[in-house]
Design a protein around this ligand. Structure first.
Ligand SMILES: C[S@@+](CC[C@H](N)C(=O)[O-])C[C@H]1O[C@@H](n2cnc3c(N)ncnc32)[C@H](O)[C@@H]1O
Length: 235
């Protein structure tokens, strides 16, 4: 039944989106990915890195679960895909389905991203393309990346799992490793409501000289998720 008022998850899901979803979510064109190394943080089971690499782009993915061996990640990813499929059925009224067409095609896109990610992960882990990292810390040098992308983690799981301090610390850390822009989406929670501590988090981030601006997004799958946060690190 489509009556639940929130997507009720017990933990952060290990799922992922595709390269083309990222381009729409973050309002990017390919030129924006050519200015230097790009970080996907946290990347989960996204195929963005795998697909970007095939295009010759320099992308690194990081996630707290990348210390797991491939077979454990496969098991976790499959389990989380099944959970998300069920939760989407319960909360279908919270979403705009036009972008994907319907629930089945949406899950097909999610499964496709997972397959591409898993095919790239073992070799990519060895070559350093997939890096284990636990926010609010990142194992990268200051200003190493020209662009940092953060999708479907901060704010989304915020109220239930993470404090405003965790959010501010994570954003500052992403800004530390970035010389260009940090882009974060979405700015609402699993209850489909705007993240309630946004002002507090932005105040903490701005105190470090980081410029923070909220812009319109052309992507709005979760109803109301029509904005992204852009950070410009202090020079
Ligand atoms: C829903 S996935 C986002 C995947 C991808 N960004 C996308 O939009 O397709 C959220 C990811 O956050 C990771 N995660 C949870 N806590 C974390 C932490 N403290 N540091 C880094 N990653 C974390 C989870 O393992 C999960 O893979």
């Amino acid at each position: 039944m489509n009556t639940a008022s929130r997507m009720d998850l017990n933990e952060v899901a290990f799922i992922g989106r595709t390269y083309s979803e990222y381009m729409d979510i973050f309002g990017l064109d390919e030129h924006a990915l050519l200015n230097g190394p790009v970080l996907d943080c946290p990347a989960g089971a996204s195929s963005f890195t795998a697909e970007a690499r095939r295009k010759g782009l320099d992308v690194t993915a990081c996630d707290i679960l990348y210390d797991l061996p491939a077979d454990k990640l496969v098991a976790k990813g499959r389990q989380d895909l099944a959970i998300i499929e069920q939760k989407l059925e319960e909360t279908a009224h919270l979403f705009n389905w036009g972008y994907y067409g319907d629930r089945q095609r949406h899950m097909g896109t999610r499964a496709g991203a997972f397959e591409l990610f898993m095919a790239d992960y073992p070799a990519g882990k060895t070559s350093g393309r997939y890096v284990c990292a636990a926010l609010p810390g990142l194992p990268f040098k200051d200003k190493h990346f020209a662009l940092v992308l953060s999708s479907h983690f901060l704010f989304l799981y915020g109220v239930r799992f993470f404090s405003p301090g965790f959010h501010a610390g994570s954003l500052k850390e992403m800004a530390r490793v970035c010389s260009g822009e940090v882009r974060v989406y979405p700015l609402l929670g699993l209850n489909a409501k705007p993240y309630p501590h946004m002002q507090q988090v932005l105040d903490m981030v701005r105190r470090d000289g980081i410029r923070a601006e909220i812009r319109a997004s052309r992507f709005e799958f979760f109803k109301g998720a029509d904005k992204l946060l852009i950070l410009n690190p202090a020079k």
